[in-house]
Design a protein around this ligand. Structure first.
Ligand code: HEC
Length: 119
């Protein structure tokens, strides 16, 4: 009986730690997910604009890189060392990957007011 209880307790502990590990920790100040690369992104990516620009975006590595290049070309973003750029891109593409919905789906037509231009 003791052994049985021990096994139950172990299983409970394991599943709880799994749930906790799966939950993303969010930095209350920036809203960014706390994960490897978070400090680098906070330092280099929130100097000009809010981190909401980042948390509202999704993209794979290439997409994130193209946004960075665009800011470097047109918005005065500084150059990163290849290592730092790698860390930042890892963080962005892992924590804000494509596919996760960034906004709610469209309302059903039945939930919309009548379109005044419709005859
Ligand atoms: C030197 C200033 C500066 C820094 C530093 C900076 N950005 Fe930007 N970023 C801008 C400006 C300016 C805009 C455009 C704002 C606007 O649309 O009016 C912008 C826009 C964005 C957008 C919105 C793009 C869109 O149109 O959807 C994202 C995402 C973004 N930045 C991510 C980042 C990330 C990630 C970093 C760090 C690698 C970063 N920014 C660092 C200046 C900066």
């Amino acid at each position: 009986m003791k052994k049985f209880l021990l096994v139950i307790a172990l299983m409970l502990g394991l599943s709880l730690s799994y749930v906790w590990a799966a939950e993303k920790k969010i930095d209350p100040k920036t809203g960014l997910i706390i994960a490897p690369g978070f400090e680098e992104v906070k330092t280099n990516c929130t100097a000009c604009h809010s981190a909401k620009f980042i948390t509202a975006q999704r993209g794979d590595r290439e997409t994130w890189l193209s946004m960075i290049r665009w800011m470097q070309k047109t918005q005065g973003l500084w150059e990163f060392s290849p290592k730092l750029e790698d860390t930042i891109l890892d963080y962005l593409s892992k924590n804000y990957p494509p596919g996760e919905a960034t906004r709610r789906p469209n309302l059903k037509p039945s939930a919309m007011p009548q379109n005044p231009y419709e005859k």
